[in-house]
Design a protein around this ligand. Sequence first.
Ligand code: P1T
Length: 383
Amino acid sequence: MTERQPGFATRSVHAGQDPDLQTGAVVPPIHMATTFLQDGVGNLRGFEYGRTGNPTRQRLAECLAALEEARHCCAFSSGMAATAAVMMLLEPGDHVVLTDDVYGGTYRLLDAVLSRFGLRFTSVDASDLAALNAACEPSTKLLWVESPTNPLLRVVDIAAAAHIAHEHGALLAVDSTFASPALQRPLALGADIVVHSSTKFLGGHSDVLGGAVLTSDDSVAERVRFQQNAVGAVPSPFDCWLLLRGIRTLEVRVRRQSESALTIAHWLLEHPLVQRVHYPGVAADGARSLAERQMLGGFGGVLSFDVSDAHRAKEVLAKLRLITLAESLGAVESLAESPALMTHASVPEEVRRKAGLSNGLIRLSVGLEDVDDLIGDLDQALD
Ligand code: P1T
């Protein structure tokens, strides 16, 4: 009889988190050492130097790989560091196709930094597969998509995007931060690389920055590891430990956040001042059924909605009492922000407008508070 693979919640609690062998401590210790004894030159006990590897970081990587069902994971010091490591697999002159509503920092990295090193990119609505295909050029080496996207919560058909990428001889990287591995496993759908900002749902408590690159491609993994060791964007052992602690409750947090977000999305749809609600669970039929097929039992804890203009959006945000006005998402406390003025301010206005990102857009990350209290807060702020 083949042994049944442990379920997702079980892996969240146990993968990479075996008790400490030496002491039996149920919570594994944090290894702070930056260097490791060699029993003779080059005769290592598994670790050499803290930038190259660390036992706590190795446990985190093992855990994340088990959650994403990946052969390899490389844990980084932030989501942007993980993103940059993937982009640095490319050569000057290579072309990247990018989702048009990506996190503003990802756009900025390509637009203001990597373009100086010869990378070219085209932004496109990746939920439109014909447009995605048409944006590919002979020198396209990477398709970079978010699903759901930040901040318009569009759902990209990952299996179809993988097919398009491979037909063009390119890799598909999916920034799966908004779904977390609790709701989406892009590698199983054909993606080559998954990236997370583990600052968000994985950490879950707004107290740790982190990122991860996951892949089952041995050559990609080797190049990402080499790049990380050469450049040095490694997370601290304490940050890795905090992430392992947060991940233990990932499944229950995301389930509850998804339920509350769906309830709030339905409530917002009925509000006279709300012009549009962006959430896969209330999207048009095609997008919703794609999300139902592609996502695993929930649509995630982030939604966004349009009010008339930037002035009204600022007023609503200023009136919130329970929901905190702040960037970031995926934490136990609810957060709201204005993408046009905050997280996506580095994206030029005409690029934002073309992507459908209005100045009156408000993004809400739903936390673990009682959903009635969150609706009460939105109700008084929109009044
Ligand atoms: O902040 P950092 O850990 O470096 O992650 C960057 C990043 C990457 N990908 C996505 C989809 C993200 O949303 C982010 C960070 N986003 C925010 C801080 C935000 O408020 O949208």
